[in-house]
Every structure is written in C-alpha cells, then in structure tokens.
Ligand binder design. Structure first.
Ligand SMILES: C[S@@+](CC[C@H](N)C(=O)[O-])C[C@H]1O[C@@H](n2cnc3c(N)ncnc32)[C@H](O)[C@@H]1O
Length: 337
C-alpha cells in the first residue's frame, strides 16, 4: 500500500461506480466480454471513459480504430471495449459499490466522532449496499445451482431471512419449480418495492414477502404465522448471521433460535464473510481489510471459519456443501440434519 494507491484508488473507485450508473459494465461484459460502450453523448461520459482508459480498464474499440485508419466510419473515438484488466474490475463492481458508496457514510462519520466515542452506528446508503450485494450474488450462479439441486431432490418451503430485494429467491424460483418460497427483511421500503416488482413479474404468489425482524426471539414475531412455521423446511440467510450473532449470544444461539421457530427445519443455507487469519492488509485477500475495518468501527464481530464449524457441529448440523461465493472470504454452507 503506497500513497499512489491511496489517492488514485479512491478516484478510480468513484469512476467505476459512475460507469456502473451509466450501465457500462453490463454492456461491456455482454457479447462474451466483447461488448462495446459508446461515450459520445456528453462531456461527463467522455471524461469517465478517458479515466477508465488511463486506468488501463477500457481500450478503444479495435473495429472503430481500423475503420478510422481506413478513412471510414464516424471516427469519433468514442467506442470502448474492456481490456483484460478491466474484466476483473467489471466482474467485481459490486464490491467497489459497497465500499465506495454503501459504507462511505460510516467512514465519513469518523470525521465527527469524539476520540473516546464508543463504536460508530452503522450508517449506510442502503440502495448501494443492496445493489452491490445483488451484483456479488449475480457473479456466483453456481451457489444457486448447488442449493436448487438439494431443493429439487427434497422439496418443501424455503425462507430467506434478511432477503433484501428477494433476488436470491427469484433465482431459486427458476431452478426449483416445486419449492414454495418466502422472504423477510427489516427494511419496509425494500420489501414494498420488491413486492411490487414481483407482482409485475407474476411471481407475488410464488414468492411470499414479509416486512419484519428475524432476530430469533420467543414468542415468534407477528409476521411469522403458525402455518408458515410448520411449512418451512429450509432456512437460508446471507450476510446477516455475523451481525445477529454479535448482538445476541453467538452463532449457535441464533441458529438455535431459528430452529425453535421452524419445527420441521431440515436444511440451513448460511452465506457470510469470514474473519481473515491475516493481520496485515497485504496478508489478506482484497476486500477483507475493508470488510473487517467497517465492522470494527461499528462494533459488529466477525467470525472465523472454525467458529462457524464448531457452532454447526454443536447443534448437530452436518456441512453437506461448502462453496466460496466467488471470493475466498465469502462462504456458503449448506447444512443438513
Ligand atoms: C448485507 S444485506 C444482505 C442481503 C441479502 N441477504 C444478500 O445476501 O444479498 C443484510 C440484509 O439484512 C437485512 N436485515 C438487517 N437486520 C435485520 C433483521 N434484524 N431482521 C431482518 N432483516 C434484517 C437488511 O435490511 C439487509 O437487507
């Protein structure tokens, strides 16, 4: 880590998000990675495109260059393709969005915090965190295939605890047609928007969404009716367990609480970030230092792989599958008993 990477990395991240807002990365990744974007309609897109060329992530479209050399074509020099290095950036744009926009309010809050303040409250741009998480999930279609294969072999009802905009449930709806699906999230606006979208897609009956808290308390919360409790056979939760476990007695206590909610539970699907064993930033996979710092500032604990495994074993859950969610510190476990 040097001064150059501190200063230019910050600016580059803003350019990556701006290009994402223009929809460029999706277009560039199209046509098997040979997609083209045209940055001729305005000074801002042209500036962003030039910045991405200077960073080494875009390159002028070779077809346009050839046409210009032959004296044909518009010759505007506004068409760009991904470079090899740019492919990695395009693929990982969700992480960039979470860091550069989603978590920025918490890092900014350091400005005003008194030196002896307790931890900072987690402040986020929820839309950016949601969009970044959806992007990260999109990169990993094999996780859905792994889950769906088990659901197809043993159908029932799957509930996603902390489902955000229900993107994962929509993927499972395609791959496990006999599975009943439900989701719940604390954010009322996210659930409202997702319900509206699912209605338009004709999926509101298939994917039942609730606004509510999944902190496992007894008696169960109002959103969780007796019928749903009986129906659920698979409980799934991505990138939330670490937080609930910090607030309430550890991983085992949360899983025990969810098991008490669902008497017919026979499968758990848990996705989360692991505490990295490296201490220096250069000993950790990228994103791990930022992930850890964000959580340290907000007082949320992260958990090591060993702690997840011990909690699963102590409750009688066997790990049927373990997959990286396309990053070494993001892991999905499928647990059965
Ligand atoms: C980091 S996001 C992960 C979203 C989604 N599971 C995914 O992997 O893409 C955490 C989600 O949990 C929701 N959440 C946080 N605390 C919650 C709680 N106590 N009960 C229900 N949802 C909660 C947030 O609103 C947010 O949508």
């Amino acid at each position: 880590m040097n001064l150059h990477s501190v200063l230019e990395g910050y600016t580059a991240a803003q350019m990556v998000v701006a290009a994402d807002d223009f929809g460029w990365w999706t277009k560039l990744e199209g046509a098997n990675g040979a997609g083209v974007v045209v940055a001729e309609d305005g000074a801002l897109p042209q500036t962003v495109a030039r910045a991405l060329v200077r960073a080494g992530w875009l390159e002028p479209d070779p077809d346009e260059v050839a046409q210009a050399e032959a004296g044909a074509g518009s010759g505007t020099g506004a068409r760009f393709r991904l470079s090899d290095e740019g492919r990695e950036v395009a693929h990982n744009r969700g992480f960039v969005r979470v860091v550069a926009r989603g978590w920025m309010p918490t890092f900014h809050a350091l400005d005003e915090a008194p030196v002896h303040a307790p931890m900072l409250p987690a402040q986020t741009q929820p839309e950016d965190v949601a969009r970044g998480c959806t992007d990260i999930a999109r990169r990993c279609p094999e996780t859905f295939r792994v889950i769906a294969e088990r659901l197809r072999a043993d159908p029932g009802t799957t509930i996603d605890l902390g489902c955000d905009d229900s993107g994962r449930l929509l993927e499972l709806a395609k791959l496990a047609p006999d599975e009943r699906l439900a989701g719940v999230d604390l954010s009322a606006s996210v659930i409202r928007q997702a319900t509206r979208r699912n209605e338009k897609l004709g999926l509101a009956q298939r994917v039942q969404l609730f606004h509510g808290d999944v902190t496992p308390r007894m008696p169960p919360p109002q959103w969780l009716g007796a019928r749903l409790r009986e129906q659920v056979t698979t409980a799934m939760s991505f990138f939330l367990l670490h937080q609930l476990a910090s607030d309430g007695g550890g991983i085992g206590a949360v899983l025990e609480g969810w098991s008490a909610w669902f008497p017919n539970l026979r499968r758990l699907v848990i996705g989360d970030g692991l505490l990295s064993p490296g201490s220096r930033w250069d000993e950790q996979p990228w994103f791990a230092p930022t992930y850890e710092l964000y959580h340290e500032l907000t007082g949320v604990r992260l958990w090591a792989e060993e702690e997840y495994r011990e909690a699963f074993a102590s409750l009688g859950w066997t790990i049927a599958e373990r997959c990286d969610v396309d990053h070494p510190m993001l892991v999905m476990y499928v647990l059965e008993r």
